[in-house]
Design a protein around this ligand. Sequence first.
Ligand SMILES: [Zn+2]
Length: 371
Amino acid sequence: MINQERIVNSFMDYVRISSPTKQEGKFAEFISEELKSLGMEVTIDDAGPKVGSDTGNVIAKLKGTAKGETILFSCHMDTVSPGIDIKPEIRDGVIYSDGTTVLGGDDKAGIAAVVEAIRAIKENNLPHADIEIAFSIFEEGGLHGAKNLDYSNLQSKRAFILDSGGEPGQIIVKGPAQDKIDVKVIGKSAHAGVAPEEGISAIMVASSAINRMKLLRIDEETTANIGTIEGGSVTNIVTPEVIIKAEARSLDNDKLKAQSDHMVECFEAAASEFGAKVECEVVRMYSAFSVDVNDPIVTTTMKACENIGLKPFTASSGGGSDTNVYNANGITAINLGIGEKKPHTLEEHLHIKDLVDSSRLVMELIKIHLA
Ligand SMILES: [Zn+2]
């Protein structure tokens, strides 16, 4: 029932409309019209001005024709750079960009899968319960659209995010929490040749702190990394200031707190040994989520996959997605694999078969949630 030619054409149209992060407006308008033409009630929320984007999140609702559980499908509209003027090409059943941009299948493959499923259901007069859709802004670089969504406006207790690189059948049930750790080490400048003893080298303080720090792979669930170090300008001055940007992630919120605390303590200990000062800011970017593999959302999704000949399997993710935010806001959410290959690179590509399978899965999820 999924029309392969139509979904491929839609997908190609979607990626041709540039929607870099914070400039999703043109695409939001286009997709809103499309959803309206399918009989959906569409609103754009007020998240845009709050996060500096030219549009809000697109929220669409389709009134049910039958009894069943209301479910939510969600994807993000923004794409990473370089993502302006994407020119998709098809070769041997696979869609690529022309090599100068990303493809933008992250996450428009998800959007195409959801829209085609709704279209096929309407076209074939198939029964469905109430369906909700949220197409978010500003997912890349902070999940800001989802963070500013009005959850009280949604009925769904279950959400399916279509935004994972795995093949259709993959069900992400765990995602890490992430802390951003910004540190400023304040030493004291002095002439390095004339009076070095009067200086406190911020570089030495930072080195000493980092040297005593547990980093990279901490345990099975936890990672940490120093991303950038900036400071100093010339060799004859004892460097007075260094700015460090770091991150830590864990599938366990408590383990993450312990790791971030540890990193801050290392900086503080080194600073006090050298008589320097240190300012540390730890910001929780998003919380971890973990959906039990026996939760009905997982078992139902596995059944839906099997019903259409996909092999279901659960996995955990190393990165954050809107899934983290939905779970933090009381909606049980899982992230589905949509076959996005090499996202965030110029080699990004998508097998047409995976696009079609993702859409078939959305249709089956709608069917399986009928009472
Ligand atoms: Zn994505």
